[in-house]
Design a protein around this ligand. Structure first.
Ligand SMILES: *Cc1c(COP(=O)(O)O)cnc(C)c1O
Length: 446
């Protein structure tokens, strides 16, 4: 609760000169900081500076500088940590995959000078990211070689540029997809300089459609996983294993853009393709993202034939899309470490989630309700993940987002829903505190 400056008994009391809270909060630099830090943190800083002036530790005229100084000491970046209470595991707006502790540690270790392209034993230059490559090949033994680039889109761009050049990329009309933020894969393919050769129809494409167009002008055949929607009803798609033979006969590489980044089948998502299976089925190269179901840093992962990976690595664009040392470090640690948070959230036991949620409901005075989680931007389109949430009054959603601990909840049907699936259980207490703070803020004069 902000304490207004108390005028002392004498009119000469210097405390009368202490700037008022509303004046301080209206200062442009303070307003700018409030957006990034949240109003509660900023109010706390203001209150603290006023208190120091009131007790005579600083002059009233120093209060503003004190506040601006304290704001400056806050984190250098504006990105704030968030507790994801939406139940959406790979949440694009919240940075997709949260990194595992091992991966965070690896980031820290690689942040300074590091032997990313250097062999400490011999003192000679070494292959960049050899550790991440080895970890990928260990996790996906079906691949002869691997290449890591900046993200999934970059991996596709590089593959198209290197394998097709200005030739045709053959793909089904049922897979001309747009993913988040208006990003259209067909546009990416043509922007790489290749021609689109669309075959089949929106709902049905047959092997014969592909076989008809394969020829000397074909750069590659591309299968794109429709990771964010489903075509149901009268449908027919051509699987990788059906395409493998005709592509091999025509001498045309078969490329599979899997999206999600599963390296092996995941029983909970039976329709989600994985790299190992696609390669065994005959794909020559697969593309996946590092920060979807793989649970690692943003990265584009290419796995498959050694000669094709070498072709990609030699292409001039490879340098433009190469992964940085932090990505390589975090990716290797993710692959070598225990189950990452993304898969833990996916495999959450509904009964355990129910117990945690019930406890939360009791502690914050909410109601336990059934609530399905989702994989989100990473795949598993439309697959509900049965679970639970705590329903609260909808007015809390705003204060929860802007509190000291930012909690992002879902507002649906007039309720603010807190789903603990994507929140580490050791943070349950922070959620309780955040709800209490959000309620207190609602009551406090602003
Ligand atoms: C997500 C996705 C991409 C893009 O990957 P980014 O890592 O976001 O660049 C490409 N293709 C498919 C099928 C995807 O699901």
């Amino acid at each position: 609760m902000p304490v207004p400056p108390q005028p002392g008994p004498q009119s000469t009391d210097p405390r009368r000169r202490i700037p008022r809270t509303d004046h301080l909060l209206a200062h442009p630099d303070v307003v700018a900081a409030t957006g990034a830090m949240g109003v509660r943190v900023v109010r706390g800083i203001v209150r603290c500076a006023q208190e120091r002036a009131r007790s005579g530790q600083i002059e009233p005229e120093q209060v503003l500088d004190e506040v601006l100084g304290a704001l400056g000491e806050r984190p250098a970046a504006s990105l704030r940590p968030v507790l994801n209470a939406t139940g959406v595991i790979v949440h694009t707006n919240l940075g997709r995959a949260p990194l595992a502790p091992d991966a965070r540690e690896a980031l820290e270790d690689a942040a300074g000078y590091t032997d990313v392209e250097f062999d400490l034993a011999t003192g000679a230059r070494a292959r960049r990211g050899a550790g991440a490559r080895a970890a990928l090949l260990a996790a996906c033994p079906e691949a002869e070689d691997a290449l890591v680039v900046n993200n999934g889109a970059a991996a596709l761009l590089l593959a198209i540029a290197a394998l097709a050049g200005t030739d045709e990329v053959v793909l089904s009309r049922g897979e001309l997809i747009e993913i988040g933020a208006g990003f259209r894969l067909p546009d990416l393919i043509t922007s790489a300089g290749a021609q689109l050769s669309e075959v089949g129809t929106t709902n049905r494409t047959h092997l014969a459609d592909f076989a008809e167009v394969l020829g000397p002008g074909t750069g590659c055949v591309l299968r794109i996983h429709t990771s964010n929607y489903r075509v149901i009803g009268f449908t027919s798609t051509v699987e990788v294993r059906e395409l493998a033979g005709p592509c091999r006969e025509a001498g045309v590489p078969l490329l599979a853009d899997l999206g999600s980044g599963l390296l092996a089948p995941e029983p909970l998502l039976p329709d989600e393709p994985d790299a190992g299976t696609a390669l065994r089925d005959g794909a020559d190269l697969v593309i996946a993202s590092g920060d979807k179901l793989l649970g690692g840093p943003q990265a584009g992962i290419l796995l498959g034939r050694r000669d094709l990976i070498a072709r990609l690595a030699r292409h001039p664009l490879a340098r433009a899309v190469r992964a940085d040392k932090l990505t390589l470090a975090a990716l290797e640690a993710t692959l070598a470490g225990p189950v990452p948070p993304v898969l833990e959230a996916l495999r959450t036991d509904p009964e355990a989630l129910r117990e945690r949620s019930l406890l939360l409901a009791e502690r914050v005075g909410g109601r336990l309700v059934p609530h399905d989680g989702r994989v989100g931007g990473g795949g598993g389109a439309e697959v509900p993940l049965p679970g639970w949430a705590v329903a609260l009054e909808p007015e809390l959603a705003g204060p929860l987002r802007t509190g000291d601990t930012a909690v992002v909840a879902t507002v649906r049907d007039g309720r603010c829903l807190l789903d603990l699936r994507c929140i580490p259980s050791q943070d349950d207490g922070r959620v309780v505190e955040a709800v209490a703070a959000a309620r207190a803020q609602g009551r406090a004069p602003r």
